[in-house]
Design a protein around this ligand. Structure first.
Ligand SMILES: [Zn+2]
Length: 208
């Protein structure tokens, strides 16, 4: 169906386009669905974006991440490409990140990411298939990777009709989280060690 291309586990498919919903703002309380069911919220009470789960149905939508598969992979530290266990050794769990080394001096130390980790074989696959990664990626071992919060669409309360939303990362104890429709779980990366280029051959060769 996909001509032999490997589709990352977290990628959304056209058959999974968002299911119908209507949001309602409850002033002083938070945002919710008009026909909310238990599965719409996680164990912390955070509301999640609704998405059909029909993995492999239709065509892959590269660049679109399925909220529930992202959440599962991130929570369980599964490889975002093959959904097997992410690689882990004494130096930590393996992450492949787009190179934003100029963002701050000790990047990616302290970075909040929505990208789940990877396994070793999937590093090369990702670099071959993902245009964004081809432009420059760095692999890291990460010792600490606590779940720091959620990323999603933040609405403002006050009226019963939700206004426009803006993208936001929020900690679970942020009071605004009640006004967020989450689409991804966020982990904070600390204790990061860049991997020597020879370990992931095609991985970290900087491009001119
Ligand atoms: Zn993998």
């Amino acid at each position: 169906m996909n001509n032999g291309a490997i589709v990352p586990y977290v990628t959304a498919w056209t058959g999974e386009r968002r299911v119908p919903y209507r949001l309602v703002a409850r002033p002083g309380i938070g945002i919710g669905y008009t026909d909310e069911v238990m599965g719409d919220r996680d164990a912390r009470g955070v509301l999640w974006m609704r998405a059909a789960v029909r993995h492999g149905a239709g065509r892959p939508e590269f660049g679109q991440v399925h909220p529930l598969r992202q959440r599962r992979a991130m929570r369980r530290l599964l490889c975002q490409v093959c959904a097997g266990p992410a690689d882990r050794n004494g130096d930590g769990v393996l992450w492949l990140l787009r190179d934003h080394g100029n963002d701050w001096a000790d990047w990616p130390e302290g970075m909040a990411t929505v990208d789940p980790p990877v396994c070793v074989p999937c590093v090369a696959i990702t670099l071959r298939l993902c245009p964004a990664m081809r432009r420059g990626a760095v692999a890291f071992r990460v010792r600490e990777f606590r779940v720091a919060g959620v990323r999603g669409a933040l609405y403002r309360g006050g009226t019963s009709t939700p206004g426009t939303a803006e993208a936001a990362n929020l900690a679970f104890d942020d009071p605004d989280v009640r006004w967020l429709v989450a689409s991804a779980l966020v982990r904070e990366l600390r204790g990061c060690t860049a991997i020597p280029p020879d370990l992931v051959p095609e991985a970290v060769a900087p491009e001119e």
